[in-house]
Design a protein around this ligand. Structure first.
Ligand code: ATP
Ligand code: MN
Length: 156
């Protein structure tokens, strides 16, 4: 049923709770994990020249090392959890609008299940779901498991 599981992560606590679910499912199904971090260029291009933006889109972060570090840290959390459980994992960093990249990746890589957080870094609870999750649900036919960060402590 599940051979390729995608975990889009922004490195937030909620995404990391989703990682636990993705790892558990990957282990049970013998699936491969795909950890995807999307550099939201609209959020970072303020003050950047078009040349710099183009370079970042090619994956060359130049002096923008903190962007690259944030990305690698987020996917690295998935890689470490997968390694602990002997699960095959692929780390991917892309640039663009997060929901478009996530939905496009799911199509292109034959993803059977997306596991993601209900909220992310901004974590504002005015909405039931964060905008990235809501847009992914609207943009893909692949099943999506949405994990709320508080479910682990549900008895509290
Ligand atoms: P908003 O961004 O709408 O203000 P939010 O940050 O609380 O709200 P989302 O951004 O929708 O909520 O995050 C929900 C989930 O989407 C995260 O837990 C993560 O799984 C995924 N996600 C969010 N941003 C990215 C990103 N840049 N790259 C990969 N996955 C992401
Ligand atoms: Mn967000």
């Amino acid at each position: 049923m599940y051979e390729n599981i995608l975990i889009p992560t922004d490195g937030s606590d909620t995404a990391n709770v989703a990682v636990d679910h993705a790892v558990d499912l990957a282990e049970k199904y013998g699936a491969k994990l795909h950890a995807l971090y999307v550099v939201d260029i609209d959020a970072v291009n303020f003050g950047l020249g078009t040349e710099q933006v183009d370079r970042i889109k090619q994956g060359n972060f130049g002096e923008m090392t903190e962007l690259e570090e944030k990305a690698n840290e987020a996917t690295g959390i998935v890689a470490a959890a997968a390694a602990d459980h002997g699960i095959e994992v692929h780390e991917e960093v892309r640039v663009g609008a997060p929901h478009e990249v996530i939905a496009g990746y799911a199509d292109a890589k034959d993803i059977d299940l997306v596991v993601m957080g209900s909220h992310g870094r901004s974590g504002v609870r005015r909405a039931l779901l964060g905008s990235v999750t809501e847009r992914v649900l609207r943009s893909t036919h692949v099943p999506v498991l949405v994990v709320d960060e508080h479910e682990e402590g549900a008895e509290a």
